[in-house]
Every structure is written in C-alpha cells, then in structure tokens.
Write a protein that binds this ligand. Structure first.
Ligand code: DC
Length: 220
C-alpha cells in the first residue's frame, strides 16, 4: 500500500458510508472529511441570516466569505471558527439543503475548500461527487450502496433513538425523494464513477463492510 493515499467514497443517504469512512480513517490514521457537513454548514448560515436558499448571488457571496474547517478529525465542524457541529443535522437543514447544494457557484467554493483540506493526501473524503468531481484522480474510489428498504430501516432506527417521531414508511419516502434529487441534479449529480469499487452493504454488518473496504485499501 502506497503511503498517504487519497480515498474517495460516494453513495446515497443511509448507505453506511459515513460510518465506514470514519472507521477507516481511524484504522489508517488518516484525515476524515465529510463533504456533506460543508453543505450543511452553508445551509445553517443561510437559515440564520434569513436568506432565501435559492438566491444564487447572496449564497455565492456567503460561500466565498466563510471558511469551513474541521477539528477532532472531522467530528467538529467550524464555520469561521465557530463550532456548529450540533446544529447541522436537523429536519430544517435537510429541507433547505437541496436548494443550496444545487447552486454551481456554491459547489465551486465548497470544492475549492475540500481540495485545500485534501491537498496533502492521507485523507478519506465522502459525499456525493467526491469520486467524480472533487477528487477525480483519487488513489482509490468506492461507491457505497444499499437497498432503499435497508437504508430506510437504518435511518428509522437512528431517528427513533434520537426521539424523532416518524414512521418507517415516511422515512422510506424521504429517502426515495432524496435519492431522486441527488441523482437528477444538473450539476455534480450522484453517480457511480467508472473506476469505483462498488460495495453493496445491504446484507453486511458495519464490521464486514469496514473489513471489505480495508482489505481493498491494503491490496492497493
Ligand atoms: O451526506 P449528507 O447526507 O450529510 O449530505 C447532505 C446533503 O448535501 C445531501 O442531500 C446532498 C448534499 N451533498 C452534496 O450535494 N455533495 C456532497 N459532496 C455531499 C453532500
């Protein structure tokens, strides 16, 4: 295995990619970058400022002015130095994020920041376009998937544990809508890179999925 690889991982919501990417980063002692947290931080900023998430000019300006960093190996997201980690995973942000994530100028700024963070390699980066647009020359690429039904079950269990009132049917419907938006977006849609290793985690435990990916990394 070559030292300090750039490993990119894309996949839909609930596929297990965040857990796999974090575990891999710990095992390899690599930097972990969750690119979705960047779009979430921008969405939080626009909600706080009361901006319209479809206002391209204002959102682009904000994306240029604000710097997003991570500490504690990706566990903490900093927006111009402020720790916003606990405010990023709310239904309000989930609703507004798709408008912001489809603005090409905002994506351009986020991609610049992701490349800055990953410029020295030794990084696991995950998202929707990191294998295709952000790091097209990554040393290793993975596309992590799972059936809609399985992903809905995982999300439902997570949300129940957090005390969020919902039903399995509702979660499954939300996942189908989110997939459709992510895959049909005009700019940087979610798709499987030609040179990505596809990992279907539907009938895998997290440990099995982590080991599978880790073996591919060690073989590389
Ligand atoms: O990975 P996540 O669920 O936290 O991502 C939240 C949203 O951000 C998701 O709906 C798609 C968007 N996103 C994106 O457009 N590009 C990325 N590289 C990562 C996330």
């Amino acid at each position: 295995m070559k030292a300090r690889l750039t490993i990119a991982m894309d996949g839909p919501a609930g596929s297990g990619k965040s857990t796999i990417a974090q575990r891999l980063a710990e095992e390899l002692d690599y930097l972990y970058l969750n690119s979705g947290s960047m779009y979430r931080a921008m969405t939080l900023l626009s909600l706080r400022k009361g901006e319209d998430p479809t206002d391209v000019c204002t959102l682009t300006e904000l994306a240029k002015r604000y710097r997003i960093d991570f500490s504690d190996n990706g566990k903490i997201t900093l927006l111009n130095g402020e720790d916003v980690s606990d405010a990023l995973r709310t239904p309000e942000i989930d609703r507004a994020i798709t408008d912001i994530a489809k603005i090409p100028e905002v994506r351009h700024e986020m991609v610049k920041q992701q490349r800055r963070i990953g410029e020295n390699g030794g990084i696991i980066v995950e998202g929707r376009d990191v294998t295709t647009v952000v790091f097209p020359d990554a040393d290793l690429k993975f596309y992590i998937s799972a059936s809609v039904e399985e992903r809905a079950k995982r999300r439902f269990t997570e949300q129940k544990a957090k005390g969020i009132e919902t039903t399995l049917e509702q979660v499954e419907e939300e996942i189908r809508i989110r997939d459709e938006i992510d895959e049909s977006r005009e700019h940087s849609p979610l798709r499987t890179a030609e040179d990505a290793i596809v990992v279907d985690t539907t009938s895998m435990t997290i440990d099995e999925a982590v080991n599978f990916v880790l073996n591919r990394v060690e073989e590389s």
